[in-house]
Design a protein around this ligand. Structure first.
Ligand code: IPE
Ligand code: IPE
Ligand code: MG
Length: 254
């Protein structure tokens, strides 16, 4: 189904955007895809049904991002705290990346999408990490939308891991204390080399970060909606982008 792409015509702002010289589209959008469980519970269905529908919402948003030429989309799929959930729900959620990629990898490849991940892959089931690694290998040379999937991601875990690696490098004289600055520190995070998000979207009504990209979101614009993730539509996604265009980013200046 062809999607209607809105005309983003507010060109005087966003000159600072990482990718978009016209300054109209946020270069990097991060999304906390929240509300799947409540969506299912409202329908008297098991929570996993909400996660299944959440994948459908995700495909629509990826499609919209490709069509709008967003350069990077980072999606929070499973947090380091989500291990607190019942095993059956965890198992279901962690099977979804493989199922999603099994169905959509050919489409992603033909749309020039590059898959990557942030998070601690070593604790994931092998079938999940292998499916994701296969997709990363197959899409490595694509230079369209970069789709970062945050899997077993937690910002505090990431920051502590970075500090450990920094100390190791200092001990090995691979890094000196004087050299360490914000840019060097960023290079020790999972998001090494990636631009910081321009826009953060959280669905599901909660107004918190839930341990997502604490360092990277320092100057990101936030957009919250009560809509539960399975109901999140391309129109809402465009609404968030339009709202972003009306923001004035000052980065501490005037
Ligand atoms: C977000 O939906 C998906 C994951 C955390 C994996 P939830 O499962 O948190 O849904 P709610 O917030 O309970 O409705
Ligand atoms: C954040 O949602 C994690 C993901 C969307 C993957 P949660 O549902 O885990 O967040 P809390 O528990 O409401 O803060
Ligand atoms: Mg939730």
């Amino acid at each position: 189904m062809p999607i209607k792409i809105p005309i983003f015509n507010n060109k005087q702002q966003r000159k600072d955007s990482f990718y978009d010289s016209e300054g109209t589209i946020p270069g990097h959008i991060a999304i906390i895809m929240d509300g799947n469980g409540r969506w299912a519970e409202k329908r008297s269905m098991p929570r996993i049904y909400g996660h299944k529908e959440g994948v459908s919402a995700l495909t629509k948003i990826v499609e919209a991002a490709v069509k709008c030429k967003v350069k990077m989309l980072t999606l929070y799929a499973f947090s380091t705290e989500n291990w607190k959930r019942p095993k059956s729900e965890i198992d279901y959620i962690l099977r979804l990346p493989k199922e999603f990629l099994h169905i959509y990898l050919p489409d992603l490849i033909s749309n020039n999408v590059r898959i990557s991940t942030i998070g601690d892959m070593k604790d994931l089931p092998a079938s999940t990490s292998e499916a994701v690694q296969y997709a990363m290998d197959r899409t490595r040379d694509n230079d369209g939308l970069q789709l970062n999937i945050a899997l077993n991601y937690g910002s505090r875990h990431e920051i502590v891991g970075a500090i450990k690696n920094i100390l190791t490098d200092i001990n090995n004289s691979a890094l000196s204390l004087d050299e360490l600055d914000e840019q060097k520190f960023s290079g020790y995070l999972y998001t090494e080399g990636l631009p910081e998000p321009d826009l953060l979207i959280r669905t599901g009504g909660e107004k918190r970060l839930s341990n997502f990209l604490l360092w990277q979101l320092a100057y990101t614009e936030f957009w919250f909606t009560d809509i539960l993730w399975p109901d999140f539509s391309q129109e809402e996604f465009f609404r968030a982008m339009e709202e972003y265009q009306r923001r004035q980013r000052r980065y501490g200046g005037i």
